[in-house]
Design a binder for this molecule. Structure first.
Ligand code: HEM
Length: 174
């Protein structure tokens, strides 16, 4: 992919930062509801929490995760950073893909929890087991995705072998 023009790069970077940091906010909201669903004594809070989590997941977390990954790929391939040249970019890619894979694998569980919360008599014990899993996964996902945010700002030095090779190729005289 050719290097992006400065204006296009800024536009794409804005989309990337908005989507990625927005994703952290959406997961934080999901975590708050998961905790409310788990420790809430009031049945109406528990009944409202799980369907709301399903909505946040479908209409905020999944779309924002896709934007973050897609725009991250564009920022990598359309700038001199590259995708496989610097460890900080590679680690961001791996962590984001890992977090999205775990998220997708938990979609059914969220729907299951929403179904349990809609039952006439709340199945408290079952909801506690599922709710604990959701709290742990949301908290874990948030912690994992803070790492890409930190790496992006600090951009620690460290090139991959491929990154060094590309650098020598560019420096070597024709
Ligand atoms: C939730 C995950 C992510 C978060 C929170 C995040 C956050 C950020 C932030 C805040 C910046 C701006 C840094 C600055 O300009 O100083 C940035 C830039 C960047 N990100 Fe991400 N990012 C994420 C995922 C990804 C992924 C998956 C990739 C690669 C596939 C990626 C590649 C890049 C690159 C190459 C830049 C530098 C762009 C440039 O200088 O034009 N990011 N990211």
């Amino acid at each position: 992919m050719a290097t992006m023009a400065p204006r296009v790069r800024k536009f794409a970077l804005t989309a990337h930062v908005t989507g990625s940091v927005g994703l952290l906010g959406a997961i934080a909201a999901f975590l708050v509801l998961a905790i409310a669903g788990l420790i809430g004594h009031d049945a109406s809070t528990v009944r409202a929490a799980y369907p709301s989590m399903q909505l946040i997941n479908q209409f905020a977390i999944v779309p924002l995760a896709s934007v973050s990954l897609l725009t991250g790929l564009i920022q990598s391939l359309g700038t001199p950073w590259g995708l496989f040249r610097h460890y900080w970019v590679l680690i961001k890619l791996l962590l984001t893909v890992f977090a999205i894979a775990v998220l997708l694998s938990k979609m059914k569980l969220i729907g299951y929890a929403a179904g349990l919360a809609a039952e006439t008599t709340l199945p408290r014990a079952e909801l506690r087991a599922v709710g604990t899993q959701l709290v742990l996964h949301a908290a874990g996902g948030l912690l994992v995705l803070v790492v890409p945010a930190v790496l992006s700002v600090y951009k620690p030095p460290g090139r991959t072998r491929y990154g060094w090779r590309r650098r020598f190729e560019q420096c070597s005289p024709p």
